[in-house]
Design a protein around this ligand. Structure first.
Ligand code: DAT
Length: 215
């Protein structure tokens, strides 16, 4: 691994480091959830938003597109020109999300599906399943080119996908049992990933012994 790649990793990961205090009695207490929360993560372009929005449409889960939430609420502290991306205000984002998750889980009785290109910044207790989408290099190249990314940004993201940075991040941050790596190359993959999540959700509800009437 070249030095420049190492530096890229370091920056990428360091950018998302956060120390979280353990909060108790809040609306994100996992034992109080009657429906599971899911995080869909992966490199930009792998299909997180496409999958999460369809999953929400089919199941009635609440979808939080975290990238949009960051823009809407200005959860950033400036811009990193080198990386061509915003510097995240993690505290502001996490506070906001905690309120939204609490409301969805406890007041509306629904599970939440979040999508974001990083995962280690979120408290473990928020999510019951982490879905890491994976896309083949040539397919991702086309998607990122279509998105109008600069060559540099596209290549960095491709490298990130090839080196499975987000998958490793997920495995480090969460219990291995809840981290699932799934392909996202075709629309059939999206359908089968959603079917898999639906089956998993049914099992989660059955295991928890909470009633199944609402979903
Ligand atoms: P992400 O949210 O991971 O950045 P996206 O959901 O915005 O990605 O998808 C990027 C583009 O690729 C979008 O035009 C939809 C398409 N796409 C994503 N996943 C796909 C898949 N599994 N099959 C076909 N097209 C897909």
């Amino acid at each position: 691994v070249s030095v420049s790649l190492f530096l890229f990793f370091f920056f990428f990961k360091d950018n998302h480091q956060v120390t979280l205090e353990t909060m108790s009695g809040d609306g994100t207490d996992a034992s109080k959830r009657r429906r599971p929360n899911i995080l869909i993560t992966g490199t930009p372009g792998v299909g997180k938003t496409a999958t999460a929005s369809l999953l929400a449409e089919r199941t009635g889960m609440k979808h939080i597109h975290i990238g949009e939430l960051i823009q809407q609420h200005k959860c950033y502290e400036g811009r990193d020109e080198d990386l061509d991306s915003f510097i995240l205000d993690e505290d502001k984002l996490l506070d906001l999300m905690e309120t939204m998750l609490g409301e969805a889980n406890l007041e509306d009785g629904v599970g939440v599906v979040c999508d974001y290109h990083a995962c280690e910044l979120f408290p473990e207790r928020w999510f019951d399943l982490i879905l890491v989408l994976r896309t083949k290099t040539d397919v991702l190249f086309d998607r990122l080119s279509k998105r109008g990314y600069s060559d540099k940004k596209r290549d960095e993201n491709m490298e990130c996908e090839i080196m499975q940075v987000i998958l490793e991040e997920a495995r480090e941050a969460y219990d291995h049992e809840i981290v699932h790596e799934v392909p996202s190359n075709t629309t059939e993959d999206i359908d089968s990933n959603i079917a898999r999540v639906e089956a998993w959700t049914k099992q989660w509800i059955a295991d928890k012994g909470v009633d199944d009437d609402e979903n």
